[in-house]
Design a protein around this ligand. Structure first.
Ligand code: HDE
Length: 753
């Protein structure tokens, strides 16, 4: 038997060599040609597929100002021949060099070693926080309305600045799911003509801690347990609640996380907040204190907790996909940048609120947000790793006209970002990575180091020098230099302590609770009940219940009941707080563009009506998705989701198509239809979609005889958010109106007032 195998192997090898010799290219005589390829791969080099429309990223420039090359140039699949990293053309990259067909791999196989070595080092450390993210390029246009408070050039009227924005979750690893309950990062790099400005913001306006020295504590508590490394990307576990219940300044951020703000519907529908108070300086040198706000054009919307949990399994890339798809479809996400402006008084205080305390907001009703510019994200990254993964933000990247304050959290951040990036990006030269390159000319005297790409000319990288003609010079007062604002530092004693004004940890938690609508309060109760219900230690739950008692007795009682524990009495006086209506997501209306509308169709459905409906949905800026019993085509329609691949959580509204009106003498159709005629049952998966849409308070509807099918499913016209009619057109018009309020709020069960 062994001999037979040996013969077979030898004869196969011989055949392969014969074949290789037969294919040998005439220009290099005697060398074997490529192995015959059994698959249908192109045999002649040809141009790769062109990039998708509107996907080119804005050009970035090197530190020396030279163009880094358009994205085409960096697409290595561009050229005809595969090469080594040194540019030698390769004949084979599928077989290692061996001592005979069954022999060991030879040490001399340089290409094998370079290929595997490079692969072995493809991963870099993920961000210690905000590891899971997704980004886009865009443009920012200043309105000029901030001219009185800042001389920053990019905020002047009509000035446009290229930007890169990265959204993220905080706790999860790079591969974790998008729709977890967590704070979201919202970091924007403005490549201004006066140097890069990074607005490294979150979607929650307050933070867990008042002093950055505690950042490792709160993050260690929120990350998975160190022994078993579970749970991933969750705050619903003992260590998180242990920390926040022992650390009352975290209660304000925590209630935001437990509210619907912790589970955004889309990155496109999130507010952003600079959290800290910054300082702005105008042309006369006058200073103001400001807080930054991003306001999304599409409004602030959230998922329901059940939707979020389903999506984590069904489409863990939900937010990433949503952002990229919207941009590719031309539904460019937009935000207005706004500022709240405060007098720069010695106390750094406004209406009794300490502006240096990052656990406090200033209600918009007291200090309106003034719009100062518009952000439009209009291009997806060309390469995720190169751009989204390698982008490095820093709250200290500031242009002239914007400065920091002494907020102790901000001060700590000023140290942390560059420090972590030196490890993550492998050395101090990461500002030369294309996505991080400033668009303003760079002329620093930083030299050498890992991954140095610049070839610096000159002999005198020091100041003062005469050998390089004294260059570069310092910018004078008229040369738009960045100047640190000469703020008076309080005369005080060195100590490890907070100001007494930082001691109030509850009044704004009560303010937030008081600002919520009954539905939102209900969601908050359920979120606490879920999260604390996942904790094992009764002592932790009891401690957190005591804090809830100090926020609101109903909140405390409801959560205590859900936990099966006694509700404690408050230990402080519950002073009533004035609500801030701006904090609630319920009650307004917003454009419905970019929303997803599922249309359930079966093979003999009203295809003409569906086509007209699709056109109407597109022209409203929304996205129709045809849902059918099988893939492929239904008549002229391409099925985008089947009953097996589609799930309700993808849709903001779901419509059942009717059937063409039957001829008077027509025989009844079969009973396995999706939008089945009167009296016939729906496919159970369509029934499930409808039930979920109902539970999640989203619009459902039908036209023609689809109405009877909808009624048979339990959803007759007349119920809130159920739209029915004879024809698709009027049904859609009503659906559009309802979607403007985001959800059919009255469908949610509410037990609290
Ligand atoms: Fe961050 N934060 N942070 N943070 N942060 C990082 O920097 C840190 C804080 C925020 O998409 C890290 O490059 C400290 C507040 C965003 O690349 C790190 C403290 C706010 C991102 C870091 C805070 C943020 C980060 C990890 C307490 C909202 C993602 C990777 C003093 C205003 C940026 C990195 C991106 C990332 C430190 C608190 C926003 C470790 C020490 C408050 C959006 O340097």
């Amino acid at each position: 038997a062994a001999k037979n195998i040996k013969d077979a192997v030898e004869s196969t090898a011989e055949k392969a060599l014969d074949k290789a010799a037969e294919l040998a290219t005439p220009d290099i005589p005697g060398r074997p040609g490529p192995h015959p390829v059994p698959f249908d791969e192109p045999t002649e080099p040809r141009e790769p597929l062109p990039p998708k429309g509107d996907q080119s990223a804005p050009d970035t420039r090197s530190a020396t100002g030279a163009p880094s090359g358009a994205p085409e140039d960096v697409r290595t699949q561009q050229g005809a021949f595969l090469t080594t990293s040194q540019g030698a053309r390769l004949r084979d990259s599928d077989h290692s060099l061996k001592a005979g067909p069954r022999g060991p791999i030879l040490m001399q196989d340089h290409h094998f070693r370079e290929k595997i070595t490079h692969f072995d080092h493809e991963r870099i450390p993920e961000r210690v926080v905000h590891a899971r993210g997704s980004g886009a390029h865009g443009i920012f246009e200043g309105y000029g309305t901030a001219a009185d408070v800042t001389h920053a050039a990019f905020l002047q009227e009509g000035v446009t600045t290229p930007v890169f924005t990265r959204f993220s979750t905080v706790l999860g690893s790079r591969g974790s799911a998008d729709t977890v309950r967590d704070t979201r990062g919202f970091a924007t790099k403005f490549y201004t003509a006066e140097g890069t400005f990074d607005l490294v913001a979150n979607n929650i306006p307050v933070f867990f801690i008042q002093d950055g020295i505690k950042f490792p504590d709160v993050i260690h508590a929120g990350k998975p347990h160190p022994d078993r490394e579970i749970p991933q990307a969750q705050s619903a576990h003992d260590t998180f609640w242990d920390f926040v219940s022992l650390h009352t300044e975290a209660q304000h951020h925590t209630i935001w996380n437990m509210s619907d703000r912790g589970i955004p519907r889309s990155y496109r529908m999130m507010e952003g907040f600079g959290v800290h108070t910054f300082r702005m300086v105008n042309a006369e040198g006058g200073t103001s204190l400001v807080k930054f706000h991003w306001k999304p054009t599409l409004g602030v919307h959230s998922l329901t907790w059940e939707e979020a949990q389903f999506i984590n399994g069904i489409d863990p890339d939900f937010h990433r996909r949503d952002l990229a798809d919207a941009i590719e479809a031309g539904a460019f996400p937009e935000w207005e940048l706004g500022i709240q402006v405060f007098e720069d008084n010695p106390e750094q205080e406004f209406a009794g609120i300490d502006l240096l305390d990052p656990t406090k907001i200033v209600p918009e009703e007291l200090a309106p947000v003034q719009p100062i510019g518009r952000l439009t994200l209009n291009a997806n990254p060309t390469n995720f790793f190169a751009e989204t993964e390698q982008v490095a933000f820093h709250p200290g990247h500031l242009p002239p006209g914007i400065d920091v304050t002494d907020d102790p959290l901000l001060q700590a951040r000023l140290f942390s970002y560059i420090d972590t990036q030196i490890t993550r990006l492998g050395g101090p030269n990461f500002s030369q990575i294309p996505v991080n390159r400033p668009h303003a000319p760079v002329n620093d005297m930083f030299r050498d180091g890992f991954h140095q790409h610049a070839v610096h000319a000159g002999v005198a990288p020091y100041k003062p020098n005469s050998l390089d003609g004294g260059c570069p010079f310092f910018a004078g007062a008229d040369d738009r230099a960045f100047e640190d604002t000469p703020v008076k530092v309080t005369e005080s004693t060195k100590l490890r302590a907070n100001p007494a004004t930082f001691d109030d940890h509850f009044s704004q938690v009560r303010l937030f609770w008081a600002s919520m609508s009954p539905v939102e309060k209900e969601h908050i109760i359920r979120a606490y009940a879920f999260e604390l219900g996942k904790c094992y230690e009764d002592a932790i739950k009891a401690r957190q219940l005591q804090h809830l008692a100090n926020i609101d007795p109903v909140l405390c009682q409801e959560v205590a009941t859900a936990l099966g524990m006694p509700a404690p009495e408050p230990t402080v006086e519950l002073t009533p707080e004035t609500p801030s209506p701006a904090l609630s997501q319920v009650g307004g209306t917003w454009p419905a563009d970019g929303r997803m509308i599922g249309i359930v169709v079966d093979p003999d459905g009203d295809l003409g009506g569906v086509e007209a409906l699709r056109a109407a949905i597109f022209s409203a800026g929304a996205v129709p998705l045809v849902v059918g019993p099988h893939g492929g085509k239904i008549g002229p329609l391409t099925v985008q989701r089947t009953f097996a691949t589609g799930r309700s959580v993808e849709f903001d509204a779901l419509l059942l198509a009717g059937h063409p009106k039957p001829a008077p003498d027509a025989v009844p159709s079969r009973d396995d239809k999706a939008g089945a005629p009167a009296g016939l049952t729906l496919d159970p998966r369509v029934q499930l979609m409808l039930d979920e849409m109902w539970r999640h308070a989203k619009v459902i509807g039908a036209w023609g005889d689809g109405v009877a099918a909808l009624e048979a499913a339990g959803y007759g016209g007349g119920l809130p958010g159920v739209v029915t009619g004879d024809d698709a057109g009027p049904v859609f018009a009503e659906v559009q109106d309802l979607m403007a309020s985001h959800r059919v709020w009255e469908r949610f069960p509410v037990t609290v007032a």
